[in-house]
Write a new protein. Sequence first.
Length: 489
Amino acid sequence: MPDKFYSPIDIGNGIAVFQLSSEFRHGKGTLASQLAAQIRQAIEAGELLPGDRLPATRGLASDLGVSRGTVTTAFELLVAEGLLETRTGSGTFISPDAIVIVEDCMDLIPNAAPEPRSFPTPDVDGARPALVDFRPCRPSTVEFPLKSWRRCLSIAASAIPGTDYGDSRGNGLLREEIVQYLRRARGMRTNADQIIITNGAVHAMYLLASAYLGKGDTVVFEDPGYPLARQTFELSGAKIHLSRVDHHGLDLDTLPRRGDSVRFVYVTPSHQFPTGSRLSLGRRRALLNWAAERGALVIEDDYDGEFRYDVPLLAPMATMAPSMVIYCGTFSKTMFPGLRIGYAVADKSIVDTIASYRTLTEYAPCAITQSALRHFISSGAFERHVHKMRRVYRQKRRAVQTALSNQRTGTRLTGTESGLNALIEVDKSTSAESLSHQASANGILVPTLSRYSPKQNARFNSLVLGYAAPSLLEIKAGIDQLFDAAVGR
């Protein structure tokens, strides 16, 4: 077929001549949509005028080498747009209003396009190429039991889909499994009505902030702390009061004065992010008393509480004051982040409130992934995987300790008793910022502690080392290269 095709050529019968390109077979969309687009363009160019009769669908299909159905579909689309009209017994014609319709669409220019409201750039660590990635909050996924997970997905996908969107609190059977898991693993006593399935910990913060916070309210937040959680609270218009963190967790001496309207206190007591410290039992009790006096709720983010090595289990704060603590858990660290399933445990009135708000924005979480996760937990595969990963992470933690002990740099490793990241406190003669920058230039990603403080506090002369995702060999090589750059080797 030539590059340009003129169709058809029966002027005696009053059939219009118009130009088509043979390249429409290789364009985007269906053949029918491409043919309709070319006829539309012919109208725009003035090749086809109101009243012109188009060829019969059978003849045009033969000329173009396409099915008659393709031509019929293209014509029907243009009729629906008002560009063509059919006359019984006479054929298909260019509509009398076709030129006006096309010109009106071409001339449309928004007078004032809506502007988005102002919001901060999300403070997240996006994917980046690296030789060794020591950034925190990245679990190892190479050991994940894919065969078991595929079986659970198959079971979930084989069930007859429901006719409703589902419960906004999440799958009831999955919530029952989480109730039993929390009893076994964390010593918590709760029930399914006190649990809502979320898309992760940050989603839980979003629901809580949307339902409970307004301008003038205050949220106490750890400094340093998890940036995206802080931004989620800020989006609601709340004020953020930053309270210092030390080697024993949140420093209660830095809490707000009595006059401030504190609604939430956000803490990561089991393994403070990102320092790795643990909130002591005495401070936990004192914080709960402080919050109770001010009518505030405590949000306990237990993002990696399943992984502990040298320390005994401290029961979640939620077991100490279940009516005023909102416990947030996630499967992002125990399984993989892309699963996008977490949960919050709270007083039933709180769960009912945020579930109602959720219905306004998204109805309910995905039914199939919830069902698959329910089977994964009930089969025992989930807890077997968690137990296995404790051993794996313990080995990796030991590899970090060994690699650092071989470096004569005056560094100190802390926060290794639990979790998936540790803190490298750098000697005062060396700048953690410079170390991180030099390492990044060599393909080693290891953030500074100040990166997790909105104040970018210079007193945080430390590096945050996430050791879960890299292999044992990568850990050794990465730490060697990190400190080779420091001493100029």
